[in-house]
Write a protein that binds this ligand. Structure first.
Ligand code: KG4
Ligand code: ZN
Length: 338
């Protein structure tokens, strides 16, 4: 079989992205992030779908142009079916359907979470290619899961969050600290010159491999309220130490469960995925598993951590090889399990 060229389209949340992949090699990966949500401290679904409508054509043009291909070289169109915001998903899915009809090529539906995980199969995603089975800590603004990845299409969720996702915790605490949305990367940056042992926040205590992050947020909220009463400038004066301490608490909570999963499953290939996997502290702690637990770790390149269409295109490529196509009646799905 000739190596297929797949156009991937991702529009599940607040990034409009299009990518072209040739087998497992990414030829382009264009992303238009929506700045408008910064003013609201979180994604406003109605505004997100409108922005996707504005961005989708230019982003697809950009991806095709940067890949240096012609439209008629595309073998299939892969799009995110879910999970995500319905209005946002509809823009990408409807565009994908129209384009597949006009180019007369097949359509492939992709699960966004599978995309985050299978981004590791992109040719240049990691220093070394990931091997199955592996454990994947998938941490984004909407999800926190430990997934046992037996092969590309056989995955089992071993544990997930009961309330907020790890990225949501970063973003909500960032808002309490007066930082713009999304705050994860800002907290990461500010934490670099802070003392992570300065403040202690409540660590979640849950059985098994379940996560919870709402308690950390509440603990930070009450602490700040108390300190601001004494000193109104408390946050500004201690911002770096606050960020470092919050980051340490969230990353610890993730690592405790990931280590339990390694012990339980005896799987030593460990990967991270999703927007929060861009976090430098988390990356450092994952790397430490190599010496402390004899693990092999897989940390993706930054462009494949936050939402991007290359991760949708790689799943498209794998499904194309299996002949797994969608039809024009496929509907998007806000909740869509892996
Ligand atoms: O995967 P993603 O782009 O979108 C979702 O599917 O949710 O993840 C976005 C999340 C946001 O919560 C953002 O704050 C977080 O990833 N994030 C980070 C960092 N970069 C992005 N969190 C911590 N540290 C970072 N460096
Ligand atoms: Zn995502």
């Amino acid at each position: 079989m000739k190596t297929p060229i797949i156009l991937g389209i991702e529009s599940s949340c607040d990034d409009t992205s299009a990518a072209v992949i040739w087998g497992r090699k990414v030829l382009s990966n264009a992303v238009a992030s929506q700045k408008i949500h910064e003013n609201y401290g979180g994604v406003v679904p109605e505004l997100a779908s409108r922005a996707h409508q504005q961005n989708i054509i230019p982003v697809i043009h950009q991806a095709i142009h940067e890949a240096n291909i012609r439209k008629n070289q595309i073998d299939a169109i892969a799009f995110t079916r879910g999970p995500g915001l319905l209005g946002s998903l509809l823009v990408g899915a409807s565009f994908a359907k129209s384009l597949s009809m006009s180019l007369q090529v097949p359509l492939i539906e992709v699960n966004h979470m599978q995309g985050h995980i299978l981004a590791h199969l992109i040719e240049d995603a990691d220093k070394e290619a990931v091997s199955f089975p592996f454990l994947c800590l998938t941490v984004s603004g909407g999800h926190t899961q430990i997934v046992k990845v037996i092969n590309a299409f056989d995955m089992e969720i071993l544990g997930e969050t009961l309330d907020d996702a790890a990225g949501e915790a970063f973003d909500k605490i960032g808002k309490l600290l007066g930082l713009n949305y999304p705050a994860g990367h800002l907290i990461d940056k500010l934490a670099k010159s802070g003392d992570e042992n300065r403040f202690a926040f409540a660590q979640p205590k849950l059985d098994g491999l379940k996560f919870s992050f709402s308690g950390i947020k509440t603990s930070v909220l009450y602490f700040l309220q108390k300190e601001i009463q004494k000193n109104p400038d408390f946050v500004q004066e201690n911002l770096n130490d606050l960020c470092a301490s919050v980051q340490k608490t969230i990353v610890n909570a993730l690592m405790v469960k990931l280590k339990s999963a390694i012990e339980q499953t005896k799987i030593k290939n460990v990967a991270i995925a999703g927007g929060v996997s861009a976090n430098s502290k988390l990356r450092e702690k994952i790397k430490e598993l190599e010496v402390a637990h004899g693990c092999k770790t897989f940390i993706p390149r930054f462009e494949y951590t936050t939402d991007n269409a290359a991760m949708i295109a790689i799943v498209g490529s794998l499904k194309y090889e299996k002949g797994e196509f969608a039809d024009l009646k496929t509907v998007v799905s806000a909740r869509y399990g892996i």
